[in-house]
Write a protein that binds this ligand. Structure first.
Ligand SMILES: Cc1cc2nc3c(=O)[nH]c(=O)nc-3n(C[C@H](O)[C@H](O)[C@H](O)COP(=O)(O)OP(=O)(O)OC[C@H]3O[C@@H](n4cnc5c(N)ncnc54)[C@H](O)[C@@H]3O)c2cc1C
Length: 374
């Protein structure tokens, strides 16, 4: 085994899956999470089958599915409420798994955090890596409490605002995508049993995904700045959804001030031409590839990153060669997702572009992922 003692920085999807996968292979794992309270964000998330496969690989899928909602179709609507097409989604994780799953992020996080504790990972909350010093056979890490410790490898999964990315001298930084998104966790009807996307309305697009027996999360893609119009969040979201009907009539009528909702600008980043590692420190997950959720693959790719990296660094071999091979192995799938997502964003913003065909590109991207090696 190339590494026996690993520091994982960041406890989002990437960090938690990496910590579980490494600990299951007998690696001594320390996980440093900057947040003093380790909680899952309250929003819903749409995860395609390849994320389910990552969760299955670490034995987490059945536990996650106890609360989540799995399904195999996607419904395309016109904003008027007319159902245009309900069609099957590519099984990106294999035919034996749901094509898609909707879940509360906090439900997924709870399962992964429970597993981390069960596996005896040394979890340090309120902790960050302040600096590191690479040596041929180890890396010395100084934490924010001033202590210095040695590890065989640091896997930094500290998200799109990654400090480690900058510490490694990577020149890429996050950029605005030109889109903003409102999301709300709210009630659903039994008929709203798969993801649905609505085009042709006043905003870029709207949609929802069922995340449990009676809840969905709904979203509307809009301009990247929240207007200063004096409306509360619930009022603003209802205003934006006024042009969407069918199941959205139910969603709009049921949104209340107590629902979990927010607005955020969507940013992106793709480190595709610089190394992700320096010596024994590597950045992965959103820290090197974050994209707008228009194919709903960001979290799925993070889960793959984590699982593949745990597989590779627990093989014998030269660590520098392994980390270089890891980045090369991840690049083709990430290119499909990030480039496809940014093309879709461009078509959302410029819908009259000749040849624009978002439905075709979404389907093609997922079919490509289903056919490509991980
Ligand atoms: C609006 C929106 C909707 C999305 N919807 C979907 C979707 O439906 N499906 C999908 O697959 N993907 C979706 N994504 C993408 C997905 O959320 C991300 O790809 C994924 O959550 C990133 O995981 P991560 O662990 O790499 O980073 P993060 O989730 O950002 O986790 C980083 C962690 O590191 C911690 N941290 C940060 N700095 C430090 C530090 N210095 N030291 C220690 N810890 C640190 C943070 O506190 C955090 O816990 C969406 C993204 C956005 C923005």
């Amino acid at each position: 085994m190339s590494v026996k003692n690993v520091l994982v920085v960041g406890g989002g999807i990437t960090g938690t899956v990496a910590a579980v996968a490494l600990a299951q292979k007998g690696v001594k794992v320390t996980l440093a999470e900057i947040s003093p309270v380790w909680y899952g964000v309250g929003h819903g998330i749409t995860l395609q089958g390849n994320a389910l496969r990552s969760f299955k690989n670490i034995g987490a899928l059945d536990r996650i599915l106890e609360n989540a909602h799995g399904f195999n179709d996607i419904a395309m609507y016109h904003a008027s409420g007319q159902l245009l097409q309900r069609m099957p989604v590519a099984h990106t994780g294999g035919e034996d798994l749901y094509a898609t799953m909707g879940a509360l992020r906090s439900d997924i996080q709870t399962v992964l955090v429970d597993m981390i504790h069960e596996l005896g990972v040394d979890v340090r909350l309120g902790t960050s890596m302040e600096s590191f010093e690479n040596h041929p056979d180890h890396v010395d890490v100084t934490f924010n409490n001033g202590n210095t410790e040695s590890f065989d490898l640091v896997i930094a999964c500290d998200g799109i605002k990654s400090k480690t990315r900058k510490m490694l001298g990577i020149s890429h930084d996050k950029k605005s995508s030109g889109l903003g998104i409102w999301r709300v966790v709210t009630k659903r009807t039994p008929e709203m049993d798969c993801s649905a996307v609505f085009h042709g309305g006043p905003e870029y697009k709207a949609g929802y995904t069922p995340i449990s027996k009676d809840l969905c999360y709904a979203y509307v893609l809009t301009k990247p700045q929240r207007p200063d119009n004096g409306l509360t969040d619930a009022q603003e979201m209802k205003r934006l959804l006024e042009g969407y009907h069918g199941p959205f009539d139910f969603i709009r009528e049921n949104i209340s001030e107590d629902d979990y909702m927010n607005f955020q600008e969507i940013e992106w980043l793709f480190v595709n031409d610089e190394p992700w590692h320096q010596g024994r420190v590597i950045v992965t997950g959103d820290a090197v590839h974050a994209c707008p959720p228009v194919i709903a693959q960001g979290g799925a790719q993070c889960s793959e990153d984590a699982w593949v990296l745990a597989e590779m660094v627990t093989q014998d071999g030269d660590i520098d060669e392994i980390l270089t091979a890891y980045q090369a192995r991840r690049m083709p799938r990430l290119t499909v997702v990030v480039e496809g997502s940014m093309q879709l964003v461009d078509w959302e913003i410029h819908p009259d572009t000749p040849g624009a065909n978002p439905g075709m590109l979404m389907g093609k991207s997922l079919a490509q992922l289903a056919a490509m090696p991980v």
